[in-house]
Design a protein around this ligand. Structure first.
Ligand code: GLN
Ligand code: ZN
Length: 775
């Protein structure tokens, strides 16, 4: 029997919870299913167990079992793909995998995510300004929308059977379409958002099915409404939201609707549109956005104030969070609820799972479970009044004060050095002079060949590192192992005939964590996993204090590698922006200040590399685009400090030292000016998956320095043929000045196997030789 939807909303909630499991149980279960070691039934059981554990844990932490405060935000792979599958969006090339009634089951879902044979997987791209990647839905004029998966409703029913009334979390229709791309069949200029009116009836049906299953509330995530970078623009997106929620809200057979818009401030247009729409609640981000302006239509609505930061790991200022909720209350909405700014999918599960963190640092942190407890505290304050939570607020403030005064948070020498920087510290000499000096120093052929840095991280390498970590392999033994590995990689590159060699990065677990472990000011976690995409998770380091380099980090490995060859050996560093982007960064000073501290440490490393005879140094900045703020007004300041920190890191290099940088997923056209402003001598970028589209962008942009558009996609084991690479290179040299072009793969090779790597690189060299002979 159906009960009437309650229009009251709980006083505290979170917008979503990590779904990979405290020990990455979901990763293991899903991957076992992919390799065929378990069946679908076992996988579903594991997933149900994880959902049950999450519900129980959230109730234990203070959310209500039956008041819809517990979100059901589980996903087997990605929340965008979940919403797409629910409404029947699956590329034609996977159509054969649908069930008899058109249903999109687990196999169609996973195969679209991962590809099969000639059928390329869905494209993957970053979710707003985070390091989470979603699968880009493909929608065209021909796409048929139809309810195609009952997974969301089944999850509601499963929770009901356990005595929980959960709130299903689903990407909303506007965001789903705004993030989609046109199918190959779509005409030029087609915008998936044009299909909104066709999609809405299916969303309405989806909501009705949730209601039937017992849901009293549903959360529709609409972060597209905060973005200023989507092609439609804020005005058109707000109009779409007004239309969408008039239709969905106008139905009676539905749960109450919470529209959630985290990641930044809602655009003014979208805020007004949602306030006027027949929905029951709106969630706003109060950490990356301000308390919104008063607007008509709030009297009957609940506002969920995202006062607890869903993006960082700091315990933060609870007093300030409380003040924001008070300010939100002043808008005169029907009710105010304490919430997180975004889903907690961007933070690890639980600080309590860390046994090796300094307890003082641990007391400053809040992972997902601690944030849930903070929300519960704030919710209690909303119900019982501030005095009821005064102790908790004071405790949080005391932790904050302790953090401010703790040793290492501010290091006099680091601050002194940063305070005296002048313009000359950010500038190298004239580019043409550098080119001339480097030509003499390096004597490279036209179309020089190189790789991006890493060679395959084999099982042997990972096992040796793990054994070293457990103390089963002594420091000396581990070092000899790595030296042997480096020697092998160097010989291999000489045999293949590459021009600028790399040492292969076998000593690195991860391009950021490796540096974090070797710099002061960082801590690393044991279990602080965060989903990056699908079954992949990373363990971001925590940048808590002033950054300094106690001793050289990479120099011994690079120098050893150089001693084995007469070819130039490329030193390999990760740039300041990427180190910040892929860590949890301190929130008590501007990012630019932190970036400059990292930059100065790298600057010293570059000087030491030069001292050890390294003449080519690559500073990777794949995250430059990712951190670009969602709001246009904030972008110039970001580009100023991010580009500045790269320049600070590299400007000490001698003119004859060739500085490279590498960017992947970098939508070249968006940040072209910033890339040029990095002032690197050579920039390698991803280009193969767009079949060289980016070459045209580079040619028209006037970008003048060395450039290596990747000639093959390293995300796939496919070996590109000599002809294919030759064709791409021919097009490249037809559009770009010959002397500026480099030949390299799209990205590092660490996820590849040796067989395909060797075959691909041989073809890369053969194609280069063919093109050299023809120009
Ligand atoms: N040097 C790194 C590597 O080769 C670069 C990785 C990246 O750009 N993501 O693995
Ligand atoms: Zn890359």
């Amino acid at each position: 029997m159906m009960t009437e939807p309650r229009v009251t909303f709980p006083h505290g909630t979170i917008l979503g919870y990590p779904r990979i499991g405290r020990r990455r149980e979901l990763k293991r279960a899903v991957e076992a299913y992919w390799t065929g070691t378990t069946d679908a039934e076992t996988l579903e059981e594991t997933a149900a167990g994880l959902r049950r554990a999450t519900r129980e844990r959230l109730a234990e932490l203070g959310l209500g079992r039956d008041d819809s405060s517990i979100p059901e935000s589980f996903s087997f792979y990605d929340q965008v793909h979940d919403a797409a599958a629910a409404v029947g969006v699956l590329p034609e090339r996977f159509a054969a995998l649908r069930g008899a009634d058109g249903a999109i089951g687990l196999d169609a879902y996973f195969t679209a995510a991962r590809g099969a044979g000639e059928a390329a997987p869905l494209e993957m791209t970053k979710w707003f300004d985070t390091n989470y990647h979603y699968l880009v839905p493909e929608i065209g004029p021909e796409t048929v929308f139809a309810l195609s998966s009952d997974r969301f409703a089944r999850q509601v029913a499963e929770a009901m059977a356990d005595g929980f009334t959960v709130r299903p979390v689903i990407v909303g229709p506007v965001t789903l379409l705004a993030l989609a791309k046109g199918t190959d069949a779509a005409p030029a200029g087609f915008d998936p958002l044009d299909r909104l009116d066709d999609l809405l009836p299916v969303y309405a049906e989806l909501l009705a099915s949730l209601r039937t299953a017992g849901a009293e509330w549903v959360q529709l995530d609409e972060p597209a409404l905060v973005s200023e970078s989507l092609p439609e623009g804020p005005g058109a997106l707000a109009d779409a939201a007004a239309r969408a929620y008039a239709v969905l809200g106008g139905r009676v057979d539905r749960p109450a609707i919470l529209v959630a818009a985290g990641y930044a401030q809602l655009s003014d247009e979208a805020w007004a549109a949602l306030a006027a729409a027949p929905v029951e609640a709106i969630a706003v981000d109060l950490t990356r956005g301000a308390v919104p302006a008063p607007v008509e239509g709030l009297a009957a609505k609940t506002l969920v104030g995202g006062a607890v930061d869903g993006r960082n790991v700091w315990r933060g200022d609870l007093e300030a969070a409380w003040a924001k909720l008070e300010a939100l209350r002043a808008l005169g909405a029907g009710a105010v609820t304490a919430g997180t700014s975004t889903s907690l999918q961007h933070v690890p599960h639980d600080v309590e799972d860390e046994t090796t963190l300094d307890p003082r640092l641990a007391a400053w942190l809040a992972f997902a479970d601690q944030k849930v407890a903070q929300v519960a505290t704030l919710a209690r304050g909303l119900v019982e009044g501030r005095p009821a939570i005064a102790d908790a607020l004071a405790e949080a403030s005391a932790a904050l004060a302790d953090r401010r005064s703790a040793p290492g948070v501010r290091d006099g020498a680091v601050r002194e050095r940063a305070s005296v920087l002048g313009a000359e510290d950010f500038a190298r000499g004239d580019y043409d002079d550098r080119v001339a000096a480097q030509e003499i120093e390096l004597a490279l052929p036209v179309l020089p060949t190189t790789t991006i840095g890493s060679f395959p991280q084999t099982g042997d390498i990972r096992r040796a590192r793990a054994r070293h970590g457990r103390g089963e392999l002594s420091a000396d033994e581990y070092e000899s192992f790595l030296r042997a590995e480096i020697a092998q990689v160097v010989t291999l590159q000489e045999d293949i005939g590459l021009d600028v060699l790399v040492h292969g990065e076998a000593e690195r677990n991860d391009m950021v964590q490796y540096f974090a472990e070797n710099l002061e000011g960082f801590a690393v976690t044991e279990n602080g996993w965060v989903q990056s995409y699908g079954s992949r998770a990373t363990r971001p380091s925590i940048l808590w204090g002033d950054v300094a380099r106690p001793e050289a980090i990479t120099v011994a490995w690079s120098a050893f590698a150089q001693s084995l060859t007469d070819k130039p050996m490329k030193g390999m560093l990760t740039g300041p922006v990427t180190i910040l982007a892929w860590s949890f960064v301190r929130d008590d000073q501007p990012l630019g200040e932190t970036a400059n501290q990292v930059a100065l440490a790298l600057r010293d490393e570059i000087a030491d590399l030069e001292g050890a005879g390294i003449r080519v140094i690559q500073v990777d900045e794949p995250a430059l685009r990712e951190l670009l703020p969602l709001k246009r007004a904030a972008q110039p300041a970001y580009l100023e400090w991010s580009v500045g920190s790269f320049r600070l890191a590299t400007a000490g290099a001698a003119p004859a030292t060739q500085v490279h940088t590498h960017l992947c997923y970098s939508e070249f056209d968006v940040v072209i000016d910033a890339i040029a402003a990095l002032d690197a001598d050579v920039t390698s970028i991803e280009a193969a998956r767009s079949r060289g589209e980016v070459i045209g962008d580079i040619a028209t942009s006037g970008f003048a320095a060395g450039i290596g558009p990747g000639v093959y996609d390293i995300h796939s084991p496919r070996v590109p043929s000599v002809d294919e690479i030759t064709e791409l290179l021919d097009r490249t040299v037809a559009e770009l000045p010959l002397r500026r072009v480099w030949v390299n793969p799209d990205c590092g090779l660490k996820t590849r196997g040796y067989d395909e790597t060797v075959a691909s690189l041989k073809n890369l060299v053969a194609a280069t030789q063919a093109v050299r002979a023809s120009v």
